[in-house]
Design a protein around this ligand. Structure first.
Ligand SMILES: Cc1cc2nc3c(=O)[nH]c(=O)nc-3n(C[C@H](O)[C@H](O)[C@H](O)COP(=O)(O)OP(=O)(O)OC[C@H]3O[C@@H](n4cnc5c(N)ncnc54)[C@H](O)[C@@H]3O)c2cc1C
Length: 474
């Protein structure tokens, strides 16, 4: 490590290398406090060439490295051990170009997601990837985790937003594929291999992203559901009635709304009566050929007539729309004040969302009487965050001690319904045991073969996503 630090100090400027002191703290802390990095070498290269030089120096000394973006990941993927180098991409912040006619933007990995949305907006374009951590997460981290968020229903995940990629590979070579082509059938699609690989196959330094016309019209409503199964019929009707303009369809339970209203400034009861389940839906369009306000009214009327919804609030201004979205975001924020919670990020086929929620909630309630399930999220794409708050009269640490057994109960239900134990946050280190338990063995073997072929010394984010049983624990 000493020889490596000397070499790194030659490669990087004085702000590019941190080996101790308070400056290191933000890179070592993990958001949920479940893990802590023990690395004593943090590198902050300024550009792709410096990233490549750092990688080559690590390869020469056979020291493993852990890429780090905004450090907002929820699976411990950016956590580094004592003999590992953290490679922060935060100084790679250039927007290398925006091609309005081609509807593309080429950006460096360390750009903050919200800044990229703003950059696209200034050019009259729209970059649709959007999630609650967008003020801190970086596009490199978004691609490395194949992030989802609130617009997946219409625009897809991060992997659907990308046309080209630049990355430093475990060989130390630069994969440079930053074209903005929408058609290119020249062999394996390597960018898609790197997306979602959580830093185990390459370090993303830049990407060419797809842009869309900026939606200058939007319509938002909060609807109270007759019951949970009605969410699926309502979704189908909203999809077919929206002419492709439905962007978000977010489920919220009564308890989540109560958490938000109880603890979060700016959140208040949206309707006179209280209801068990709500859906926040949003339509967007550009140009004036479609009137999304009229479409939304028709969707709600049809749902009332069919008995799928029993009440609704339609936002009449952008400010009101934001207040409704504040409830959705406040639900997560508010839950923090309700003591310890155990969270899940699962997906099942959309048609099975109600069955999953019923069965998983019943299973955990039987195991821990008084547990408070708060299932919410992207019901439009079958991705539910089943956040479980501790019983009010239980000690928080005692509740958290049940983490693994509660995970098993929930993930067994997911597996029975043909779902995935990780829908958008990834695997990192926190879901390695689930990989062994639920992932198809052939898929695991193929993933291990790819990892070994590209990174035979297991230097890129070892121990994450796909543990290699016979690899050394560097
Ligand atoms: C409040 C909140 C809300 C969230 N909501 C969502 C949501 O709706 N949808 C969703 O999908 N996620 C969500 N997340 C999770 C998180 O924001 C995403 O996983 C995000 O994409 C991580 O980006 P990051 O830059 O913070 O990456 P990090 O946390 O720094 O890293 C995540 C993983 O990617 C790797 N990595 C980072 N940068 C690179 C790179 N340049 N090259 C290669 N590997 C790299 C790291 O090694 C690590 O394995 C949320 C998190 C929070 C805190």
């Amino acid at each position: 490590m000493k020889a490596l630090v000397t070499r790194l100090s030659e490669i990087l400027d004085h702000r590019g290398l941190i080996t101790s002191g308070p400056e290191a703290a933000p890179y070592l802390e993990e958001r949920r406090g479940r893990f802590r990095s023990e690395s004593s070498v943090i590198t902050r290269p300024r550009n792709a060439a410096e990233v490549q030089a750092v990688v080559r120096a690590c390869i020469a000394e056979k020291v493993s490295l852990v890429p780090q973006g905004g450090n907002t990941g929820l699976c411990g993927g950016a956590v580094a051990g004592p003999d590992q180098v953290i490679l922060s991409l935060e100084r790679l912040k250039q927007v290398r170009g925006l091609d309005s006619a081609n509807n593309t933007m080429t950006v460096e990995a360390g750009c903050i997601l919200a800044d990229l949305q703003a950059h696209a907006r200034e050019a009259g374009r729209f970059f649709p990837l959007s999630l609650a951590a967008e003020g801190s997460c970086q596009i490199g981290g978004n691609l490395a985790t194949n992030a989802g968020g609130i617009n997946v229903l219409r625009y897809g995940n991060a992997r659907d937003q990308i046309l080209g990629l630049e990355a430093v590979m475990p060989s130390g070579e630069m994969l440079s594929d930053l074209h903005g082509l929408r058609k290119n059938n020249t062999g394996y699609d390597l960018k898609q291999l790197l997306i979602g690989s959580e830093g185990t196959l390459g370090i993303i330094t830049a990407a060419t992203l797809k842009l869309y016309p900026h939606p200058d019209q939007s319509a938002t409503a909060l609807a109270a559901l007759r019951d949970l199964p009605a969410s699926i019929a309502f979704l189908g009707q909203a999809q077919s009635g929206s002419g492709g303009t439905l962007c978000s369809f977010e489920l919220m339970p009564r308890i989540g709304l109560e958490f938000a209203c109880r603890h979060v400034t700016g959140c208040s009861e949206p309707m006179a009566a209280s209801h068990d389940w709500y859906v926040l839906l949003s339509l967007q369009a550009s140009g004036d050929a479609i009137d999304v306000g009229a479409l939304l009214s028709r969707i709600l009327e049809t749902a009332f007539d069919a008995g799928e919804i029993t009440d609704a609030v339609v936002a009449s201004s952008e400010q009101q729309a934001q207040s409704l979205w504040k409830l959705r975001e406040g639900l997560v924020e508010g839950q923090r004040f309700e003591g310890a919670s155990i969270k899940h990020d699962i997906s099942v086929p959309v048609s099975k969302v109600p069955e999953f929620i019923d069965k998983a909630s019943a299973a955990v309630a039987e195991h821990v009487p008084g547990i408070r399930p708060c299932p919410f999220g992207h019901v439009g794409d079958g991705n539910i965050h089943l956040n479980l708050s501790q019983p009010v009269d239980m000690d928080g640490q005692d509740f958290l001690a049940l983490w693994d057994e509660i995970n098993d109960l929930v993930h067994d239900q997911v597996a029975d319904l043909g779902g995935s134990f990780s829908a958008e946050h990834g695997v990192g280190i926190s879901k390695i045991s689930e990989m062994h338990k639920y992932k198809d063995p052939t898929a695991l073997a193929v993933m291990a073969a790819i990892k070994r072929a590209l990174d035979p010394d297991n230097l890129f984010n070892p121990g994450k996503v796909i543990p290699l049983p016979d690899a050394d624990s560097r």
